[in-house]
Design a binder for this molecule. Structure first.
Ligand code: ADP
Length: 241
């Protein structure tokens, strides 16, 4: 049941539990080991995978397993105000949480002493870039043939005034009411065991509302998974032609 609040109509006309129009494509960078793009609305993410290859410097190697290394960045013109290029605290945090989320499904035990690099770039940002990046990265890893126990799908859910919503855009992410901003909860869900591989919470929410948003996220992740699987199927069909 949807909790009704002051935010009674979405700015872009979507239903409260509706994801923005999605698009996924696999194999966008032929020279890479794996690559993919994922879009929801105006947010677009590109992911490129390189590896596994021997990790240098040697003291960082793990003789039991390969390691995953993620680098996330927004392109300078991805938002209206130009962003200063290069790493910052936000991009470092998102790189790390993306790495954690993907590490829970990737199995690099067959590739000791190696690294798999995942580069996530955001050419267009309209909120939800970390989850779009994770959707693209999971596709790129699968495309690279990296062993994965299962797939992951990611979505942002949250609360605007008293209304629970799925896939907030930047306008919704920035709404303030009674001095409080909207609540943003990025969720990463595994495809088979339906475990939560990542959950962050920016804002305030009650326990009951939180449970409801997780149910909304689960449903959205099922839809995202279909888009991801279709994209993977299309590329394998193309390469068989
Ligand atoms: P996410 O993109 O995962 O939702 P945030 O909540 O940190 O992560 O950012 C929300 C949105 O705010 C971004 O998607 C982008 O549209 C915008 N944004 C983030 N950083 C900047 C920045 N430095 N300058 C302008 N807009 C930004």
């Amino acid at each position: 049941m949807m909790v009704e609040g002051l935010y009674t109509k979405r700015e872009d006309g979507r239903k409260f539990d509706e994801v923005r129009p999605m698009k996924a494509k696999v194999g966008i960078v032929p020279s890479a080991d794996g690559s993919a793009s994922f879009e929801t609305g105006k947010t677009k993410a590109i992911a490129v995978v390189r590896g596994p290859r021997t990790l240098h410097p040697q003291h960082m190697q793990n003789a039991q397993t390969g390691i995953l290394r993620v680098s996330y960045g927004m392109m300078p013109f991805s938002v209206e105000d130009r962003i200063r290029p290069g790493p910052n605290r936000r991009s470092e945090e998102i790189s790390k949480v993306t790495e954690w989320a993907l590490s829970s499904v990737v199995d690099l035990s067959g590739f000791p002493n190696t690294v798999v690099d995942v580069f996530v770039q955001i050419p267009q940002a309209d909120a939800g870039t970390r989850v779009a990046g994770i959707n693209a990265a999971a596709l790129a890893l699968a495309h690279a043939g990296i062993p994965m126990k299962e797939m992951v799908s990611a979505i942002g859910v949250g609360k605007i005034d008293k209304t629970l919503v799925v896939d907030l855009n930047k306008y919704e992410d920035s709404i303030f009411h009674d001095g409080e901003g909207s609540t943003d909860i990025p969720v990463v869900m595994t495809s088979r065991t339906k475990e939560i591989a990542l959950l962050q919470l920016d804002g305030k929410i009650s326990v009951d509302e939180f449970k409801e948003t997780i149910e909304m996220a689960k449903k959205a992740c099922d839809d995202i998974l279909k888009v991801q699987m279709d994209a993977l199927k299309n590329v394998s069909e193309e390469s068989n032609e």
